[in-house]
Design a protein. Structure first.
Length: 256
């Protein structure tokens, strides 16, 4: 009788341990409607080797604009373009930090912000074309999300900024087994990788340097502690079933 009671208690404990609490699924648990919450300032991304730029020249001459911007007639920044079109039609920062532009020659952009790169290219343009304007956009803003998200993978961003909640929403949210208090952002820099640990259940996440994501960031959502326990429940159940069977056999044999 005591053995059966012990096994029952163990099984009940296993069931409760495997359940997720509601609090584990909530974001920003310590924020209310009237609270002022400090936000991080969106960082200025510095262009690096391998970045792909969308550079457009706007002039009064359709011929000049077409020759510079789009000699093949492909608008690669339009919605739905695949990555191969983006690569072929964009301007890639080469290993020396330059982009090679039609008619304008090379422009050093590595280590510059988009605004600084636009200024450099605008100066080159002014030397050749009167009343021409330059548009520079980053076309290769990609972020990788892995771990306990519904659709792990790489997302592309065509806005100026991308925050952690927007990125998570793009992959279908964190799963029920994801730990919202332990979200890791890995950021490659020229000095090496930097890491930021975000607690998305706490308002402090808004002020973190990792709140706004940068190109090539990797977001890792860790599993909550009881997921490992949940994964092992079949094996644990089999073990306790075997033990229970052995106890019953032992009791049966000793009563003979």
């Amino acid at each position: 009788m005591k053995n059966k009671l012990l096994i029952t208690l163990v099984v009940v404990s296993m069931v409760f341990a495997s359940c997720n609490r509601r609090s584990q699924l909530l974001y920003m648990r310590n924020i209310d409607e009237t609270m002022d919450v400090p936000f991080a300032t969106p960082p200025s991304y510095k262009l690096g080797v391998g970045d792909i730029l969308h550079i457009q020249l706007v002039t009064h001459s359709p011929e000049i604009s077409m020759a510079f911007n789009n000699p093949t007639g492909i608008q690669y920044m339009s919605q739905g373009r695949d990555e191969s079109s983006l690569y072929l039609s964009g301007y890639t920062v080469n290993p020396d930090g330059y982009v090679q532009l039609p008619f304008l020659g090379e422009a050093q952009v590595k280590g510059l912000t988009l605004d600084e790169a636009r200024t450099i290219i605008q100066q080159k343009t002014n030397a050749l074309y009167r009343d021409a304007s330059v548009i520079v956009k980053l076309a290769s803003f990609k972020v990788t999300l892995v771990g306990e998200v519904r659709r792990p993978g790489v997302i592309k961003n065509y806005n100026d900024n991308l925050n952690i909640f927007e990125a998570i929403a793009a992959v279908g949210d964190i799963t029920e087994n994801g730990d919202r208090q332990k979200v890791l952002v890995v950021r490659p820099t020229s000095e090496g990788n930097k890491t930021y640990r975000l607690n998305l259940a706490d308002k402090s996440a808004f002020a973190s340097e990792g709140f706004y994501l940068l190109p090539n960031d990797v977001v890792i959502v860790e599993p909550i502690g009881n997921k490992v326990f949940q994964m092992n429940i079949p094996y644990i159940t089999l073990t306790f079933t075997s033990i229970s069977t052995m106890i019953l056999l032992y009791n049966f044999i000793t009563k003979l």
